[in-house]
Design a protein around this ligand. Structure first.
Ligand SMILES: [Zn+2]
Length: 166
């Protein structure tokens, strides 16, 4: 999936966490969590040479390449996500959980991709949710449709939240 799709999925994850913690919709906390989600969503693609995240965190991405960590393996695994959750546990829960769920949304939606994800890394086996003919290729028309669906979900969550708050 493209960076923008992952960013959007991160925002949807942030919205769910905000609702869970009942954070007032017009607040600095909400703005912070949404920005954090938008950033954490695409982060796992630091393992993909040439991606925005790989460029942004250049020394780290170069190290991953050196260690021969391939795309959609370690950084997309349940183990790595759990380690991140443990590392972020000292943070205030709203931001810690926003980061973790936005990060986790990445491998989750990559499961819709044709190549699949090594969710159980270091076990190499890759998993995917859809049969090949339904899978969503990166940058395809299907991804555009998925992106629009995510926008709808994001807006719907926002409206529902705003109504509940009002
Ligand atoms: Zn990815």
């Amino acid at each position: 999936m493209l960076q923008r799709t992952h960013g959007l999925a991160g925002v949807v994850a942030a919205e769910l966490v905000l609702q869970h913690f009942q954070v007032p919709i017009w607040s600095w906390e909400t703005a912070g969590a949404v920005l954090l989600g938008c950033f954490a969503g695409p982060l796992a693609d630091i393992d993909k040479p040439g991606s925005v995240m790989a460029k942004l965190f250049f020394p780290l991405s170069a190290l991953l390449k050196l260690l021969r960590i391939h795309h959609r393996t370690m950084t997309h695994s349940i183990l790595f996500t759990a380690l991140i959750a443990a590392a972020l546990s000292p943070l205030p829960p709203l931001y810690g959980w926003t980061f973790v769920w936005a990060y986790a949304s990445h491998p989750l939606i990559d499961l819709l991709n044709e190549q699949g994800v090594a969710l159980l890394w270091p076990i190499r086996r890759k998993f995917r949710l859809l049969p090949k003919f339904l899978a969503i290729d990166t940058g395809s028309k299907a991804e555009d449709a998925f992106h629009i669906a995510l926008v709808c979900i994001g807006v719907w969550l926002l409206v529902r939240y705003a109504m509940a708050a009002g």
